[in-house]
Design a protein around this ligand. Structure first.
Ligand code: PAF
Length: 282
């Protein structure tokens, strides 16, 4: 496995190796990332993972400085899964000058939910992902990139970016990896105390309960969502949203769509100082 830090070195490493399968990450890899890597492996001729904590997608009050940076451990895990190339740029490699050109995603998709609570987040994500795609696929004529469905809205935003900008990249969404008890695996779980780890299972349970109540169709959705948030808050969380949306565009479903249209329940909530997100397709 080669570890490269600059776009030029990445392109040299990729020369003559066919079409890449690519897994972008911010490092601090856990079993969820490893399942993305395993799914990506057969999707290309050469498997590339990137590790880059992207300042542009953090708000000033968020955990950019404290975000765990564990490059050596991450590389060992990637090597064990058969990764061919790790692209681990320093900030000065990816942003050698202030990144003043940015990707502005469609506000209808990117300013709701996560984008509402984390303004500018998807601009930061799209800007770095476009740059990473250029780095990985710019000299290879395209390929496939795998994104976890835990970041449900992120995957949709990136799919729309790829479609609207005609990027030669196929996006594959990978199922959420969960711990026993249902907690979605996330680098931020590492911030939780042992007691909070137990409590954190309540988020996926709340999504299941909300999905079930939605399909029963007896109570207006807005009321179910408010009840779900209140119930989670009563367990010591501070809920940003617990909501049911159409899977394709994350708009609210109409009443007639509650019975059988493909929907997704999405949640974001803070437990202590840790903000977690999760979702459930149903
Ligand atoms: O999902 C993530 O880890 C990040 O948002 C990504 C896609 C690597 C961009 O920084």
């Amino acid at each position: 496995m080669q570890v490269v830090h600059t776009i030029a070195d990445l392109r040299s490493a990729l020369a003559g190796r066919g079409r890449p399968a690519f897994v972008p990450t911010m490092g601090n890899l856990h079993a969820g990332h490893m399942s993305l890597v395993r799914q990506a492996k057969p999707l290309g001729d050469v498997l590339v993972a990137s590790i880059f904590v992207n300042r542009l997608q953090f708000l000033p009050n968020e955990d950019f400085d404290s975000y765990p940076r564990t490059l050596q451990d991450d590389c060992a895990k990637l090597q064990a899964e058969g990764c061919d190339i790790v692209f681990a740029p320093k900030e000065s490699d990816l942003y050698p000058e202030p990144q003043t050109f940015k990707v502005q995603p469609d506000p209808a998709l990117a300013d709701i939910l996560e984008g509402h609570f984390r303004p500018g987040f998807f601009t930061g994500v799209c800007t770095v992902v476009l740059k990473l795609f250029n780095a990985v696929f710019g000299s290879t004529g395209g390929g496939t990139a795998v994104f976890g469905k835990k970041d449900y809205q992120q995957r949709l935003v990136i799919e729309r970016m790829v479609q609207q900008l005609a990027l030669p990249v196929t996006i594959v969404g990978a199922e959420i990896a969960r711990a026993e008890g249902g907690l979605a695996l996330s680098s931020r779980n590492g911030y939780l105390s042992a007691q909070e780890l137990e409590q954190a299972q309540a988020l996926s349970r709340a999504l299941h309960a909300l999905a079930q109540a939605t399909r029963q169709g007896q109570t207006p959705l807005a009321q179910l969502e408010a009840q779900a948030s209140a119930a989670l808050n009563a367990l010591g969380w501070q809920t940003d949203y617990l909501t049911v949306r159409l899977r394709d565009n994350l708009q609210s479903p109409g009443h007639a769509q509650l019975a059988s249209t493909p929907l997704v329940a999405l949640g974001a909530a803070r437990l202590g100082s840790t903000r977690l997100i999760d979702n459930l397709e149903f």
